[in-house]
Write a protein that binds this ligand. Structure first.
Ligand code: 5GP
Length: 192
């Protein structure tokens, strides 16, 4: 439960790798230890997304002001024109509640956080079984336009080349097994 140090769990993966399912599993099974770190973004909310629950949906102007005010632990323009970032205030909020923030971020963002907190962070890379399978999953999700689908797939191939910089790689060829593996690794890190 209470941790001696302020720890951080980073989950990164190309989109469509099953990362969100792993994140949901961890939050459900470890509610006393983890809390979702709500990122700020300038992209529009999708159908069921809620402001201040899924993301802090803010304008580009506000996002840039917050960069200038040094309010982010890390931020990225993950897709053309769309900013995403982890706020320092969000991590502090979660630590104050005696939880470890669970960061669902893109691969570059994950590496940046890890570099800033090398001793207190655990970084997991969720790897899709193949690029073909990833494309199939993204199509099935049906949240993408043809252009954004292509953008996500080409970004995914690039992101896979960074997997070895993460503390652990979890291959998601079976979602239940990937979730269990992630849970075991996170538990060991938080409660050694
Ligand atoms: P989506 O638009 O599908 O919600 O997220 C797109 C990508 O942005 C995902 O890989 C997601 O993990 C990543 N992302 C979400 N929040 C952040 C953040 O705060 N920082 C960074 N670097 N990436 C983020």
């Amino acid at each position: 439960m209470a941790q001696s140090k302020n720890k951080i769990i980073i989950i990164a993966a190309p989109s469509g790798s099953g990362k969100t399912s792993v994140v949901r599993h961890l939050l459900k099974t470890m509610p006393g230890e983890l809390a979702f770190s709500i990122s700020a973004t300038t992209r529009r909310p999708r159908n069921h997304e809620k402001d201040r629950v899924d993301y802090y949906f803010i304008t580009i102007e506000e996002f840039r002001n917050r960069i200038t005010a040094n309010e982010f632990v890390e931020w990225e323009m993950v897709y053309e024109g769309k900013y995403y970032g982890t706020l320092k205030s969000e991590m502090d909020r979660i630590w104050k509640n005696h939880r470890a923030p669970l960061l669902d971020v893109d691969v570059q963002g994950g590496i940046h956080v890890q570099q800033q907190f090398p001793d207190t962070s655990l970084s997991l890379f969720i790897e899709p079984p193949s690029i073909e399978e990833l494309e199939r999953r993204l199509r099935a999700r049906a949240t993408e336009t043809p252009e954004s689908l292509i953008a996500r797939i080409s970004k995914a191939s690039y992101e896979l080349s960074f997997k070895n910089q993460f503390d652990r790689i979890i291959i998601n060829d079976n979602l239940d097994r990937a979730c269990q593996e992630a849970e075991d690794i996170v538990r060991k890190f938080l409660i050694p």
